[in-house]
Design a protein around this ligand. Structure first.
Ligand code: S3P
Length: 457
């Protein structure tokens, strides 16, 4: 569980180019799904490259509470002995999903069509996030949720004893909502259909097919229509988790921020529903080479070579938002050092992430001397050019790992160091972040005694 411990202030500052190899951890979205689908199949699923961030560990603990055997065999190497679709036992205690919206929403879906009552909670960030977007479609299966105002956690979910299949059009672009409905559909007889107007990450569909479920995706005038046949027997799998493009975004952007940098980021998953940031960076003029494109476990992967160079602000196409939704914080940090404005529209989902990311980035960038404009669903960052950002501020990270990492990256290229009030949440998604960045030559200090900037720095 994240967010229950001491805050860890951190500070980063510019000392020189970043060079070397950045081995980023496994994909968070795929890691959650591998544990959940492993728990819903009969027999042993082996997972290599699992992200051992706190979010995923919390999902692993939850799967144990539902009766699966979840065992760590070595670093990133896990075995899950599942109970089969419909085989979940009722957990003896509250399921604490820590900081993870993905964990909470997917597990709610996975249990919503079993005759169980489960109480969910999480840290202060997760308890502030909307859950009605999941409990409403789950009610169509016959599940009943009792939560705090706005459907917030803690909430109790009573699963449907006799679930009916559902046809549901997601009202917002959300892979979590889509996945919750599909996972609930696993234990409902007949066909469950999810329709999404804008494509979102499709790891659940891909992995369900890998586990042997009958799932099809049709592109129609309504959008993507995903049809799942319920009550399959899922076959255990060997899953090699690709490295997370969302985590890779931090060393990639850091290399683009710091003059003279040249960094290799190997083995990054480039599923088109996830890779929007990389298209955006290329449009900004970034020097990124995609080496050795290959298929890894049904997902495209490549090694990324990233070199510093001047960037220009651009208008990010709103249609691309879902494919880079987690990358806007670090893009906003990078945009601060580009020439001219970077316009990010159609991003209102950022307001309901681990924090309100439009507000968190806007306030932090302003404190660093960057002009911004914002509205309910947009953020515009007025870039100051390379070396043009003042920094020198302490930024509130609001229990949000990506806000914390984005500002630590920015601080590598500002005139004065950037301090964040709490870097502890970084462990939810990228436990080795600070060590990895230091290995590339970054100066990041942990602890309240982080040294102050040298005079004149
Ligand atoms: C995720 C979906 C996205 C993303 C999150 C992971 C997933 O959330 O922001 O970090 O693994 O399905 P939404 O479904 O809320 O867009």
């Amino acid at each position: 569980m994240a967010g229950h411990g001491e805050a860890i202030p951190m500070r980063s500052r510019a000392i020189g180019p970043l060079r070397g190899v950045a081995d980023v951890p496994g994909d968070k979205s795929i890691s959650h799904r591998a544990l959940i689908l492993g728990a819903l199949s009969v027999g042993e699923t082996r997972i290599t490259g699992l992200l051992e961030g706190q979010d995923v560990l919390d999902t692993g603990a939850a799967m144990r509470a539902f009766g699966a055997r979840v065992e760590r065999l070595g670093p990133g190497d896990w075995a899950v002995d599942g109970v089969g679709v419909g085989g979940f036992q009722e957990p003896a205690d509250v399921i604490d999903c820590g900081n993870s919206g993905t964990g909470a929403r997917l597990i709610m879906g996975a249990m919503a069509t079993s005759d169980l009552t489960v109480v969910f909670t999480g840290d202060a960030s997760l308890r502030s996030r909307p859950m009605g977007r999941v409990t409403e479609p789950l009610a169509l299966f016959g599940a009943a949720a009792h939560g705090r105002r706005g459907g917030r956690l803690p909430l109790a979910l009573r699963g449907a004893a006799n679930p009916a299949p559902v046809r549901y059009a997601t009202p917002m672009p959300s892979a979590q909502v889509k996945s919750a409905v599909l996972l609930a559909g696993l234990n409902a007889p007949g066909e469950t259909v999810v329709i999404e107007r804008e494509p979102t990450r499709d790891h659940t569909e891909r992995m369900l097919a890998g586990f042997g479920a009958a799932v099809t995706t049709e592109v129609t005038s309504e959008g993507r229509v995903i049809t799942l046949t319920g009550q399959p027997e899922l076959r255990p799998q060997a899953i090699a988790v690709p490295r997370d493009p969302s985590s890779a975004a931090f060393p990639v952007v850091a290399a683009l921020l710091v003059e003279g940098s040249d960094v290799l980021v190997p083995g990054i998953g480039l599923n088109p529903t996830r890779a929007g940031l990389y298209d955006t960076l290329i449009e900004m003029g970034a020097d990124i080479t995609f080496l050795d494109r290959r298929d890894e476990g049904g997902e495209t992967a490549a090694d990324l070579r990233v070199r510093f160079g001047p960037l220009r602000g651009i208008e990010v196409p709103p249609a691309r938002a879902a494919s880079m939704i987690d990358e806007y914080p670090v893009l906003a940090a990078l945009a601060a050092t580009a020439e001219g404005p970077t316009v990010m529209r159609g991003v209102k989902e950022l307001r309901v992430k681990e924090s309100d990311r439009i507000d968190a980035m806007a306030r932090g960038l302003e404190a660093c001397g960057v002009a911004i404009e914002e509205g309910p669903d947009f953020l515009i960052v007025h870039g100051r050019g390379p070396g043009g950002v003042e920094g020198g501020a302490t930024v509130g990270t609001r229990l949000d790992h990506r806000i914390a990492m984005a500002f630590l990256c920015l601080g590598l290229a500002t005139r004065k160091p950037v301090t964040i009030d709490d870097g502890a949440p970084i462990a939810t998604s990228f436990p080795g972040f600070v060590a990895l960045m230091r290995g590339l030559g970054a100066e990041i200090h942990e602890g309240a005694d982080a040294p102050l900037a040298r005079a004149g720095a």
